[in-house]
Design a protein around this ligand. Sequence first.
Ligand SMILES: [Zn+2]
Length: 490
Amino acid sequence: MNHAALTVRYRPQSFAEVSGQSVITAVLSRAAAEDRVAPAYLFSGTRGVGKTTLARIFAKALNCRKAPGAEPCNACDRCRAITLGGAVDVLEIDAASNRGIDDMRRLKESVGYAPLDARYKVFIIDEAHMLTPEAFNALLKTLEEPPARATFILATTEPHKIPSTILSRCQHYVFKRLSDAELEAHLKKLLALENISHENAALRLLTRRAAGSVRDSMSLLGQVLALSKTALTENDVRSMLGLAGQEFFFRLISAIKKADCPALLLLVRELLDQGLDLGFFLRELTSMWRNIFMLRQAGKAAGKAVDLPEAEVELWLREAEDFDLGHIHACWQMSLEGQHRVLSSLDPALSLELLLLNLALLPRMLSLREISLLSRKLPLLPEAMPPVPEAAPEEHAPLRPEAAPDEPEYPELEQARPEETQKVPPEDFPLHGKEDKKPAQPDPSGEQEKLRRELDDLPLIRAFREKLDAEMIDCLYKSRDEARKEQDKF
Ligand SMILES: [Zn+2]
């Protein structure tokens, strides 16, 4: 059994058989039962969610020998002709290959004649957004004076490309992606009919990979069943579809936790050598961070919010505990944003390596909290920093010969520095210019000093310090305000 056969054999033939889209099937079924037909319909939605399938079922329901009725009988000559694609009054046009005005003119002429055999002429225009402007014009003229006993069904993945003049004359139905649960139920039903046993993890993987498309889910199922015709196992799904196993993700997270860069690069190599599907890997990576975040935040109470089998919850919970919540959150966001960047990069392998290294090294980079701490607690200019406690002479030999007491250590800086600045005791040096008259907080516990020294150990901070000025802090606030404005729009 190949996957094409599977898709064809289980293509729904009645409204009741269609998975998902329950509202649309109910509305169309009722319209067919009451024989109320609009001049034009627009079916929009992502690929493989049943737009043309429903268009054909609707055409059958309108033209069945037993019409009007809520369902086609699928037994009469008209129903069968439509199923086989041979009905003279149901025309399917693929706008991707018939874009020209001539095709539309022929179509317009054909509209003028009453249906030859059936009750209604039905024109199904697939990929309708691909029509040329001239073709749209010709279609518009037809819709302005809709002929009796004819209806147009436009199917498209890109409704925004349909001119508004056409849109306003159509009943518009937006087909949604199927939820994982809906897809899983659909595949389960199909496997039962085929008498094939399955592992739940295998089914879950397939549905996640299909991302809401029924057609994709069935094609993928067909591909995997080429490997084994009696059982659907997780291993088969992973090896057939090139998906990294759970064990791979555990090794990955351990390397990120330890900031073990060589291990990370080896993992990327392994991923590429096995020819795994990078796009799906990145989606799984993002969903892994999401799960870890939920577990770290709410523990076992995260329950159904995490997309994991019960047996794995405990394992991931343990992983989550070793991470700082802020780190997980940032990893989640960076993985999500990295999906497009990696896949559209000229060198996806390098881009993926960089993404993973960034995830691992995040805790060593400067956090916003640290910036804010620094801005409040540390002086701006290096020369105005509090005196660094002197290192024990036996540990650190001086890097340059001791300067004579009267001789300035950095003559060029001394010259540039105004006289009064030198006299400001370091503790009172204001950060944000002269308006800030508030003296620095006393630091009896030495906590500030400790923090400063800890941060000083990070090379990045040293390089960053000179740039830490009011302007940058303003910039951070500005981007936060802009982000809030964006949020308010929705
Ligand atoms: Zn029939």
